[in-house]
Ligand binder design. Sequence first.
Ligand code: NAP
Length: 420
Amino acid sequence: MGIASTVNYKKLVLPTVGEKITKNPDGSLNVPNKPIIPFIEGDGIGPDLTHAMKIAIDGAVKKAYGGEREIVWFEILAGEKAHKAEGEWLPADTLTAIKDYLVAIKGPLTTPVGGGIRSLNVTLRQVLDLYACVRPVRHFPGVPSPVCEPDKLNVVIYRENTEDVYAGIEWSSNSPEANQLIKYIKDNFGKEIRPESGIGIKPISPLGTKRIVRAAIKYALENNRTSVTIVHKGNIMKYTEGAFRDWAYEVAKDEFRDRIVTEQEVFDDFGGKTPEGKLLVKDRIADSMFQQVLLRPDEYDVLVTPNLNGDYLSDACAAQVGGLGMAPGANIGEFGAIFEATHGTAPKYAGMDVSNPGSLILSAKMMLDHLGWREAAELIDRGIVKTLENKTVTYDLERQMPGATKVKCSEFAKLIVQNM
Ligand code: NAP
């Protein structure tokens, strides 16, 4: 029997089976054998991908636990489906359910153009304070890539999700606010800004920085990763990006002193060699980092970045291993986690069952890891690797892989289960 929710919903009818995931006092998750997981189907190709994702995940969970564990899927609405059903793009019930059930997964959502509606994805991240955008990037054998040795890149990017120029504090050229600010800055600080400039504000705080860096270091330690690299543009933006670097080192030294070593310490005290069992913490200027991922990719592991650097870097890294089609993502905060495909709704393929569900399936694999269901997560990996090895792939990969066989979106998911 399901546990009755203590939360009031306006319209959502809750599942009658399954149980809620709860949080332990130390912040870890208490995951029942039949957890209720809310999902947003998504717009455009979203329904096709979600259908395929459930085939793969249910298959992996069944194979791993033989029926003892099972996900109870619970649909919540957002985007076009919500607008059609309820006249709202993002119903309050949807936000409540994600907070209530702690872990959710979503397909891509259309950002309605015009009408003053903000991106639903950005809104979800900000309203739920999902401050960590986590993007693992690795190459799957057989996936076409623009570089010679794509296997050398295997990084997990922790991108800060709530601050920086993404905070949405900006005013257009010649607006009263922009003009007022230009005057204020000249009158009070003696700094000239060219007339008619648009103005954007770039806030980066110790709180915002420290929590993303803490999450990145914890992840690196728990998953035996070898290094965490702080990526910043502190040589130019000293009090935002430079402060990000300084606060990042502070967290590393204040909270993880006995488990980390900085690059400086490695050179000063250990003859240039990282001591056994220590996590190396280093930093790189953002522009150099873009060169490093191409030239010396195997020297990097977990990367932690402010919002804008992380946006560019995660897509650039994804391109290096074959594009967004196979790149998963998650947005994680104290109040919950949403796992999501990193590409958009590709509306021209909606309902055709042809798109590549790899990104959403790998995001769901991250979700299984987040739940601690590692055996099922490993089966997903194994199934994907074998399916790619067999060159039975969706149209986007088939057109770049000589000798490949084109399969539908749902067939690709079924093959993953067969190949686990
Ligand atoms: P897009 O939906 O990612 O699609 C661009 C192209 O990428 C597609 O035409 C297709 O290329 C390829 N593609 C994307 N996903 C694919 C998949 N799963 N399998 C195979 N190919 C795939 O980008 P967009 O056209 O710029 O955006 C469309 C809508 O999505 C917009 O409303 C945008 O706001 C929204 N969006 C949402 C999210 C999100 O929810 N997180 C993210 C980005 C964009 P080919 O035509 O070459 O085959």
